[in-house]
Design a protein around this ligand. Structure first.
Ligand code: SF4
Length: 289
């Protein structure tokens, strides 16, 4: 849950999940629809799907126990190098460093060297006696991440109160490196909504754009075209999804005929999981009635 998401946002979801699924086995027995519904509003839904797959695999292949080597742990769905190292440190107190964006920035600033010019693995290996020489590895993994998030922040690092400022090259240098910015892409989309007099909208899981694969969505086309003659323009609005900033033109058409891969959904009473991206569209289309 914490990947790309702040702790304060995660807390209510975490509490809800742990209340509902008291054991790994209980979690593994649920289905994708239910997990997505529980995850609704948290975004990056691939994490929810992977969580379910991961719990099933742990129960089936690992006797409900998290493996304790990086090689094994990385075989689990959704667990890569970073999460694997974080888990080994936090769960098994193993000497590891979970290299997320925050931690890389701390190293890069201390050396006053751009991230892309640093071989982090080599750096850690070379300094392992200094970096990984503690019995409190779990605390160390956590502390490094928090340090990057709270003290050595992306913007305006708190150098004056930082315990590393006596040795930090960034702090001392008159020629400070630039901090890597998060890449945001701008994209334009036309969204076409078939609607009918029964206050329904046609949605499909097929032929969708990659950032929202396998979700119920209206028909989406990249690039704005001015030749959408058969469709009525409803609204232009902005929406952010992952690292994308979307500029959206919303169109609609009353029609009882819809392409075969589409199905009708009520604009008002949906019990199914619908991502917030689609919910926003539903809300805007509802204003037509
Ligand atoms: S002195 Fe400043 S730049 Fe250096 S590690 Fe501390 S907060 Fe980061």
């Amino acid at each position: 849950m914490l990947q790309q998401t702040q702790v304060k946002t995660v807390i209510p979801y975490f509490n809800k999940f742990t209340k509902k699924y008291k054991t790994l086995r209980a979690l593994s027995k649920t289905n994708e629809e239910e997990i997505l519904k529980m995850w609704e509003g948290l975004g990056y839904y691939r994490r929810a799907r992977n969580l379910l797959k991961c719990s099933k695999k742990l129960v089936k292949d690992y006797n409900s126990k998290l493996p304790n080597t990086l090689e094994e742990i990385k075989k689990l769905p959704g667990i890569g190098e970073y999460t694997g190292n974080a888990l080994l440190g936090l769960v098994y107190n193993k000497p590891t460093i979970a290299l997320d964006g925050n931690v890389k920035r701390v190293f890069s600033r201390n050396l006053n060297k751009e991230e892309k010019k640093i071989d982090f693995e080599k750096l850690i290996y070379k300094n392992k006696n200094k970096l990984l020489n503690t019995n409190r590895n779990a605390d160390f993994v956590e502390a490094l991440m928090e340090f990057g998030a709270l003290i050595c922040k992306p913007k305006n690092p708190n150098c004056l109160i930082c315990c590393l400022n006596r040795t930090c090259k960034y702090f001392k240098s008159s020629n400070k490196i630039r901090t890597k910015k998060k890449m945001i892409k701008n994209k334009n989309f036309d969204i076409f909504c078939y609607i009918n007099k029964n206050k329904q909208i046609a949605l499909t899981k097929k032929k969708q754009v990659s950032f929202l694969k396998n979700f119920n969505l209206p028909f989406i086309k990249e690039f704005h075209s001015s030749k959408n003659k058969n469709w009525k323009f409803l609204k232009n609005y902005k929406n952010s999804v992952s690292n994308l900033k979307l500029n959206i033109n919303l169109y609609y058409k009353f029609s009882n005929k819809i392409p075969p891969s589409f199905s009708w959904y009520s604009l008002e009473n949906n019990r199914e999981f619908i991502p917030s991206f689609t919910k926003r569209i539903l809300r805007q289309v509802s204003t037509l009635f």
